[in-house]
Design a protein around this ligand. Structure first.
Ligand code: ATP
Length: 668
């Protein structure tokens, strides 16, 4: 039997004891008087703000792509969950668990949904504003600590009237409630950092959503991928907190152990989209017994029910289908169903009565007055920038791996092009040094894709939870790239520029750095834009590689601008590499003097100058850098205009990035 007891122990500490099952020891959560201040005074919810959810005749219909006919994925589902109750939605694979959860959470296109969802007995409320949806994947920032991850949620989800000290206290309280104190200051971990365990990760992800004032919590298979002990600790933390704050919890769950199963209050069994049973967890035993299915004494009831409603592996599909339809039919006629209907009616009656008693009713429960975001645009931008900066600083995947690679590349280039001579025969070497500097540096911006994709998973979850809108995120992503891309350009330039022996002088050095930096900013913006449009690593990598290869081809280095076919000229003018390359060759060549070749005249046997550039008579035996640029057709390079072109392209890609994030709202 389950019971929740609250008592005081000898030291005056309140002890909430939850006897979860008779097979299990008591689970104690100790809250000291000090903690009580933090947890209870700053409790995310007041009891009267708790929200019940009920639904009637919920049907979700899709159009079958093959038959082109409508198909019900879930059909005529009715149910109810009150504050403090925990409902498990269970069923075989493909039964419709996730669909039901998504429909209840308002995550499905309303066009495909019929039926009614009531919040505290009222229909037409937006469940998204009062709920949170915990996805299966732990969308956390791996380079941040447990506390930092939860703190971020608290910073964005509480209004500015709550001081930062109070927010920190709330975070400390939820860390305690979820049993994460020991690892609170450990990094969560990613493919490079080892981090905390799977169960702790799941608890951190859930805690960061609990801290945000949800009244209803939807969990999509919260224990998937965890061993039974970790699964129990995750569910126990959820349930204890939910009971403490009277939160309404609905979780789809695959195959819970008997201990995890015993933590739930209510059960929703679904098969082939229809309801096989809904009611109390304990009542299910009796219900199935009445249907002629008695659960053996030592069996896990969850496994037992699932075995009775799973006909996927029956050899005779017709018999299997008939069995499920019979179970669905019996439930419709059952007293368990009547009880659910009564509960739904009672909730509506309650609302009607209260409505009559007070006009003010429901202002606490209605979603009409809810603001989608707790913080304004600038606060959102500030907190996201702060976190992204920490992530970029700590996550070597994002920038540091590239910095290391660029330093190696700069050393390699410097030693191969070492102090390039001012001779005619070295003109090509000089051009290719500039071409390679731009082309390879921007090409390697693809290294930022994995880091961005990791962050994007977190962005999707946080955006869906209403932490912030796309604008602040896109802006923060840009702001953070500014210093880090500068570090990349600077380290490369400091090493490569003097080693190659490019045009000496501070101004020339700075101009080289500036154009390399601007080119990298465009490349970085292009990478995040492509990865936002096509958020699959290999696809994004291929597209970015193709685009950079394409821009190299039409840049005017391999094929002179005049020789580029007319049909490809447009590509030359939108090519960011062209602007950077032309600017740095102008910066290098103009002002330099080069020596012509000295050759022996075959007829006279005397030495003479052979100049390919400038005055080809060879009188001065030298030519200028400007002569070289003229000879190659680089006559119209305007540095400021080329800088504006690079800035413009950066802005265009950044706007594209913003638009891609906005438009991909419900996909991938
Ligand atoms: N948009 C859709 N188009 C076509 N089929 C769909 C769509 N959504 C769901 N389905 C189908 O409906 C059925 C129920 O899907 P759902 O994901 O809800 O099942 P589930 O019980 O959560 O399964 P699992 O436990 O395997 O995740 C599945 O057969 C699924 O393929």
């Amino acid at each position: 039997m389950e019971s929740i007891n609250t008592k005081h122990d000898a030291e005056g500490e309140r002890v909430v004891s939850e006897t979860v099952t008779e097979h299990r020891e008591e689970v104690h959560i100790k809250i000291s008087e000090h903690d009580k201040e933090n947890t209870l005074h700053s409790a995310p919810l007041q009891a009267e703000e708790s929200i019940s959810i009920s639904w009637t005749k919920l049907t979700y219909t899709i159009t079958n792509k093959k038959t082109k006919k409508p198909e019900n994925i879930i059909e005529n589902c009715c149910g109810t969950v009150k504050p403090g109750e925990i409902l498990a939605i269970m069923g075989p694979s493909g039964a419709g668990k996730s669909t039901l959860l998504d429909v209840l959470a308002g995550r499905k296109d309303p066009k495909n949904v019929t039926g009614t969802i009531y919040l505290n007995g009222k229909s037409g409320e937006n469940v998204k504003f009062v709920s949170t949806y915990v996805m299966q994947d732990d969308a956390l920032m791996g380079s941040l600590t447990v506390r930092e991850n939860i703190q971020f949620a608290a910073d964005l989800c509480f209004p500015s009237t709550i001081s930062s000290k109070e927010r920190r206290q709330k975070v400390a309280a939820i860390i305690k409630e979820f049993g994460l104190e020991r690892v609170a200051d450990h990094k969560v971990g990613n493919i490079i950092i080892r981090g905390i365990s799977g169960g702790e990760k799941r608890r951190t992800a859930i805690a960061s959503q609990f801290v945000t004032h949800p009244k209803i919590i939807f969990l999509d298979e919260p224990t998937t991928g965890l061993d039974s002990a970790a699964a129990y600790s995750v569910m126990n933390a959820i349930i204890t907190t939910a009971k403490m704050y009277k939160l309404t919890v609905i979780a789809s769950i695959h195959q819970p152990s008997s201990e995890v199963f015993a933590l739930f209050d209510k059960l929703y069994l679904i098969s082939r989209g229809g309801t096989v049973y809904h009611g109390s967890r304990e009542g299910a035993l009796e219900y199935f017994k009445d249907q002629g299915y008695e659960c053996p004494e030592h069996a896990n009831p969850a496994d037992f029910y699932l075995s009775k409603i799973n006909v996927d592996f029956m050899s005779d599909k017709v018999v299997g289908e008939a069995h499920i339809q019979a179970l669905i039919g019996k439930y419709k006629e059952s007293s368990a169903k009547l009880l659910v209907d009564k509960e739904i009616d009672e909730l509506s009656v309650l609302i009607d009565k209260e409505d009559a008693a007070s006009d003010k009713l429901s202002t606490s429960t209605t979603t009409q007055g809810y603001n989608r975001y707790a913080r304004g645009f600038f606060a959102q931008t500030y907190f996201i920038t702060k976190r992204s900066f920490t992530n970029a600083y700590r996550n070597i995947l994002l920038y540091w791996i590239r910095v290391a690679m660029y330093v190696c590349l700069a050393l390699l280039m410097g030693s191969v092009w070492w102090q390039v001579e001012f001779d005619q025969k070295n003109i090509q070497d000089r051009f290719s040094a500039h071409f390679f500097s731009v082309a390879f540096l921007v090409f390697m911006s693809v290294a930022g894709i994995p880091g961005f994709l990791e962050e994007r998973v977190v962005f999707r979850r946080e955006r869906a939870d209403g932490f912030y809108s796309v604008g602040p995120y896109a802006l923060a992503n840009f702001i953070v790239s500014i210093p880090f891309v500068f570090v990349i350009a600077l380290t490369f330039t400091i090493v490569a520029y003097p080693m190659i022996g490019l045009h000496s002088g501070f101004n020339h050095f700075m101009l080289f750095l500036a154009f390399l930096y601007l080119a990298l900013m465009v490349a970085e913006s292009m990478v995040v834009f492509v990865a936002a449009v096509l958020p699959i690593f290999v696809v994004a990598l291929t597209i970015v590689a193709f685009l950079n290869g394409f821009f190299m081809v039409v840049q005017g280095f391999f094929v002179r601008r005049d020789s580029i076919p007319h049909g490809w000229k447009w590509a030359h003018y939108i090519d960011y590499q062209k602007y950077a390359f032309e600017a740095i060759i102008k910066n290098d060549f103009v002002g330099l003097t080069f020596n012509c070749d000295v050759v022996e005249d075959e007829s006279t046997g005397l030495s003479r100058c052979a100049c390919f550039y400038g005055d080809t008579s060879g009188k001065s035996c030298t030519f200028t850098g400007q002569d070289v640029l003229n000879a190659f057709g680089y006559t119209e390079i305007k540095l400021w205009l080329w800088a504006v072109a690079l800035l413009g392209l950066t802005i265009i890609f950044r706007i594209g990035f913003y638009a891609a994030l906005r438009l991909r709202k419900n996909r991938l």
